[in-house]
Ligand binder design. Structure first.
Ligand code: EPZ
Length: 416
């Protein structure tokens, strides 16, 4: 199993280019089956999630061409198929094929989605919403069969603003009979990107990015195209790297509006950033003050940057309080940060982080995608060598991470 080897203490300078957003492309690839024939998707990140979803498209008979971060699909020979466990369990986002196949065929069969083990991650909100649209759902040994004689629009109030459920309902509703209203909808930027793609194919989605989204079902879709938005989580991860050990590190191809919560926390702590339209240049400073961070739904502080943020808090001059409110099991990396010298007292989802601490290299394991990114940040500032196991988790969500960091001065290599 490959490992990352990182020698800490090397200042990061220069330009890191951010790739397209994982959490947008993993919904837009399944949505591409709705195109009349062709879809062109630009700024697609080259990560394992992209390739795993392309494998599912190919299983369904969709012709796919993926090069230079552009994915071209042709659905002329598409056929509805059971999506087998070996494909659907590779990532949670396989569940977007439920909404897309329901819209196209009123029928979907797939095994339960996979994804990071950061909590139970049920899909009850998705399924209850589909049932309101007339879908009959049976689940047998982790295989879901969704069937709708008539797929009809519905008025759906989400008990929690679930990102995945908001998108899945949008997909199914795009070709349902009548109007669907999603209330208490999630407002993440990736949802706006998916709606933009659906509308490029003739869908009628209004209000994406707000708490209320209205989708009027249409009979036919045209061909479509979309550019994937910059990955705000990747961008935030590199901004944190620059805040820890950067000297004029420029994180390029980002949208500062999507990072407001992180930016304001870093500025409150004393980090100086030069913020431009699509890039931010940051230099680390020794005089960073402790701050309290609580993860929330968008536009609050995003849970996916909560783990990496803890490395920054460990460097602050004082004690910071961190609380994770979205997932119940997103603290598995803490024991490894403690092994590297971090002073963290953990009580369920609340961490008391005493800084400034001086980390040292160790052998650690990435338990999930963002835990892996967290350990990379810790290794970049630790004294000595850190070996990180479980690299596959990291490469799921960070396009070319080792090369991007090497290019700005990090001493990082992948070893088998
Ligand atoms: C998306 O997951 C992202 N993944 C996650 O990023 C991100 O952390 C999350 O949104 C929140 O922003 C993708 O987009 C592929 P949710 P999703 O539905 O859609 C509970 C990463 O690191 N819930 O908003 O699964 C759920 O258990 C990943 O890139 C239900 O209880 O998130 C969780 O506690 C990790 N029932 C909370 O809601 C449901 O039916 C948020 O889930 C659905 C969700």
């Amino acid at each position: 199993m490959s490992k990352l080897l990182i020698e800490g203490g090397h200042t990061l300078s220069g330009v890191i280019n951010v790739s397209g957003a994982k959490n947008s492309v993993v919904a837009i690839i399944p949505a591409s089956i709705l195109a009349e024939n062709n879809a062109i998707i630009e700024n697609v990140p080259n990560i394992s999630d992209t390739n795993d979803l392309i494998d599912i498209l190919k299983l369904l008979g969709v012709n796919c061409e993926f090069s230079d971060n552009i994915l071209k699909t042709d659905t002329s020979n598409i056929k509805n198929m059971l999506i087998p466990a070996e494909l659907s369990t590779k990532l949670r986002a396989s569940y977007y094929f439920m909404g897309a196949l329901l819209a196209k065929y009123h029928h979907a069969e797939l095994y339960y989605p996979g994804g990071c083990n950061i909590g139970a991650r049920p899909i009850d909100i998705h399924l209850k919403s589909f049932e309101k649209m007339g879908v009959k759902i049976t689940c047998l040994d982790d295989k879901y069969v969704l069937d709708a004689k008539h797929l009809t629009g519905a008025d759906i109030e989400l008990r929690f603003p679930s990102v995945g459920a908001t998108i899945n309902i949008m997909l199914a509703a795009s070709k349902a009979d009548g109007v669907t209203k999603i209330r208490n909808a999630a407002m993440e930027p990736e949802i706006v990107n998916v709606a933009e793609f659906l509308n490029s194919m003739g869908a009628k989605v209004v209000g994406a990015g707000t708490k209320e989204i209205i989708i009027t079902g249409v009979d036919k879709f045209t061909n479509g195209s979309v550019k994937i938005i910059p990955d705000r989580i990747e961008a935030g991860t590199y901004l944190l790297a620059g805040s820890l050990i950067g000297k004029n590190l420029t994180v390029n191809n980002l949208n500062p509006k999507h990072l407001e919560a992180l930016i304001s926390k870093l500025q409150a702590s004393g980090v100086i950033m030069d913020i431009e339209d699509n890039k931010i240049t940051v230099t680390s400073s020794k005089k960073i003050l402790p701050i309290n961070v609580k993860t929330l739904v968008y536009p609050g502080f995003v849970t996916d940057l909560g783990q990496p943020m803890q490395v920054f808090l460990a460097r602050c001059n004082g004690t910071s309080l961190f609380e994770e409110t979205i997932y119940e099991n997103r603290m598995q990396h803490i024991k490894y940060l403690q092994k590297m010298g971090a002073k963290i007292e953990l009580n369920n989802n609340i961490a008391l982080i005493k800084g400034p601490c001086h980390l040292h290299g160790a052998n650690v394991t990435a338990t999930d995608l963002r835990a892996g990114a967290t350990l990379v940040l810790a290794a970049l500032i630790a004294k000595g060598i850190t070996k990180i196991d479980g690299v596959k988790h990291i490469l799921r969500g960070y396009d070319s991470l080792p090369i991007k960091l090497q290019q700005v001065g990090a001493k990082i290599t992948i070893i088998e």
